[in-house]
Design a protein around this ligand. Structure first.
Ligand SMILES: *Cc1c(COP(=O)(O)O)cnc(C)c1O
Length: 381
């Protein structure tokens, strides 16, 4: 018999049955009154859950499209943009912005650490920036940025649009658009929402909407806020075909979030991450992100000396879990384990037990059950 394979990469994350069922529904016309009602309700829920008094956009695409959409609607050729990068996904903004003809300044941290807020303030004081990007959780490092603290500081720079990449954070790390002073937050469906890949979501406040208006016509067509605003206000109208089944799947995910309570969801992620990280450290892995800056959505685990990455991840796959490899300088030296979205205690116990079996088979030093024991101690707290 084949072992079930748990997908524990940092997105796509496991998709529960009820969400899969929405994907399998018979597709209706995008103008179908019932679908229009569902879409409207979803947009309203997303505004309320993430405290956004501006606009919410739900559009077919992946997280990277959210990055591009945020930049395209708030900057024009020749503008200055500040990129705060804590790793691979922060760096993705560099080429994206350069291609658009923007002047890019970059503040990078050492992998595993953050750029201090004071340093960002200093940089913003040097010249006028049209926009600044911060990655809430950089999936390459597992570092969580202090987005609320940065948002507070941004009050001193009202001419700069504060863009937060929430692709590996939204629906797991607390994010309140209005309260945290965020101008644009975006995410993708396949990470902490636990929906298959295919949708981009953006929360955009009035300041960023005004900025878009002030730009006049922009070169981009499909990702123009101005084209989508009428649709988001009345989904019975047509601009480009909405991903009907994906919208239903996201709606089911939001129903699950509401049923759990979003605060409870944040707390569950916090507790689960602490439990997983304690268990993984016990097993001899080093967590790349420094203490106090660790994400709740994933762990980036540096191998003990002498571990063969390809062999270890191959054994993990044979034993039943898929994880991701390290990026950049950490390729071959680290693996990345997602623990976000709609997963439960069964999954967590199973994942730690599987890692122990793979370590044993790889000939690594491991006392079977030790990591599971530590995990259990945390889970019963
Ligand atoms: C996954 C990810 C992206 C890219 O999203 P895609 O859906 O793969 O395009 C961007 N930023 C962060 C932080 C991510 O984790």
């Amino acid at each position: 018999m084949k072992t079930r394979k748990l997908v524990m990469i940092p997105g796509p994350t496991p998709v529960t049955r009820s969400i899969q069922d929405q994907m399998g529904r018979e597709t209706v016309a995008f103008g179908d009154p019932e679908f229009v009602k569902d879409f409207k309700g979803l947009l309203e829920d997303l505004k309320v859950l993430f405290k956004c008094s501006g606009e919410v956009f739900v559009i077919a695409g992946s997280g990277t499209m959210g990055m591009e959409m945020a930049i395209a609607n708030t900057t024009k050729k020749g503008d200055n943009v500040l990129i705060v990068s804590h790793g691979f996904f922060g760096d993705r903004f560099i080429e994206l912005c350069e291609r658009k003809g923007l002047n890019v300044d970059i503040l990078s941290s050492e992998w595993g650490k953050i750029v201090p807020v004071e340093k960002i303030r200093e940089k913003l004081g040097e010249k006028k920036y049209a926009a600044m990007t911060v990655t809430h959780v950089d999936t390459s490092t597992g570092v969580c940025a202090p987005v609320a603290e940065i948002g507070k500081m941004m009050k001193e720079f009202p001419e700069t649009i504060y863009i937060v990449d929430g692709v590996c954070a939204t629906a797991a790390e607390p994010e309140y658009v209005d309260d945290m002073g965020i101008d644009i937050l975006f995410t993708g469906s396949q990470k902490a929402f636990g929906v298959p890949p295919g949708l981009t979501m953006l929360w955009v406040n009035q300041k960023a909407l005004d900025k878009r208006k002030s730009l006049g016509s922009i070169p981009e067509y499909f990702i123009d806020f101005e084209k989508w605003i009428p649709i988001m206000n009345d989904p019975s109208k047509y601009y480009a075909t909405p991903a009907v089944n994906m919208v239903w799947a996201l709606k089911e995910s939001v129903r699950i979030i509401k049923e759990e309570g979003i605060e409870n969801r944040y707390e569950r992620h916090r507790k689960n991450a602490a439990a997983m990280q304690a268990a993984l450290e016990t097993l001899g892995f080093r967590i790349l992100a420094e203490k106090g800056r660790r994400a709740v959505t994933l762990s980036n685990l540096v191998y003990p000396e002498g571990t063969d990455d390809a062999k270890f991840r191959g054994l993990l796959a044979e034993e039943g879990i898929m994880v991701a490899g390290g990026l950049g300088a950490y390729a071959g030296k680290m693996f990345r384990l997602g623990h976000m979205g709609n997963i439960d205690k069964h999954d967590l116990v199973s994942v730690i037990a599987t890692i122990e079996r793979a370590m044993y088979r790889a000939g690594m030093t491991v006392e079977l059950g030790k990591g599971v024991g530590v995990l259990q101690q945390h889970l019963v707290k």
